[in-house]
Design a protein around this ligand. Sequence first.
Ligand code: URA
Length: 238
Amino acid sequence: MGKERLDKLLAATGRWSRREAKELIRGGRVLVDGKSAGSGEEKADPAESEILVDGLPLGYQKYTYIMLHKPAGVLTATEDHRQKTVLDLLSPELRRRNLSPVGRLDKDTEGLLLLTNDGALAHRLLAPKSHVDKVYYARLDKAFGAGDQAAFAAGIVLEDGLICMPAGLTLLGDGTEILVTLHEGKFHQIKRMVASRGGAVCYLKRIAMGPLELDPTLRKGEYRALTEEEVAKIGGKP
Ligand code: URA
């Protein structure tokens, strides 16, 4: 990755603010290859040099990838003056890492949301031509059937004339519960697709995005870092 300022490297872990990092360095608590660092302006390459803070490895990772089980009632945004956002659910340490949600879930939608500071990856995952599959579980106010499945497979035309790509529709039980697989992400897409068939979505949850599946052990509002395997699967950087 090349050399970076030490105060920046320390702050990027989210464990210290830039000011705290400078104080640690000035206090002689940061060693680079065994030598006490002089100031935050000093540069080091974490891939080449051993950086210790109070004797412990810095554990620097350029990018952070978080899987959040988004609960209903929070906005998919990085900040809002009035309402709680998904960033508010994270620890202060993670909030300092400049994470952004990859794509949006509506305020009342639950489920899998990826947050990262790897902007290039987010861009790739969201690019329309990437066609990353997103799978949603929905409960409806009426039962869907084979006709709806055929309409989803053919490509729904929304009320405003927007044409959706063919989407997968699996009927569960009596048809009031469905799984929908989208290859794109238009605003309120599932709700509008269901509305175009005369139904309404009562509950919506995203359960998968590309190769990532919502971890069933995460309760609503909980999150965890992606495993190395998951990072590799989505094309992130270790
Ligand atoms: N479709 C919707 O209608 N809402 C979401 O949050 C995601 C997909």
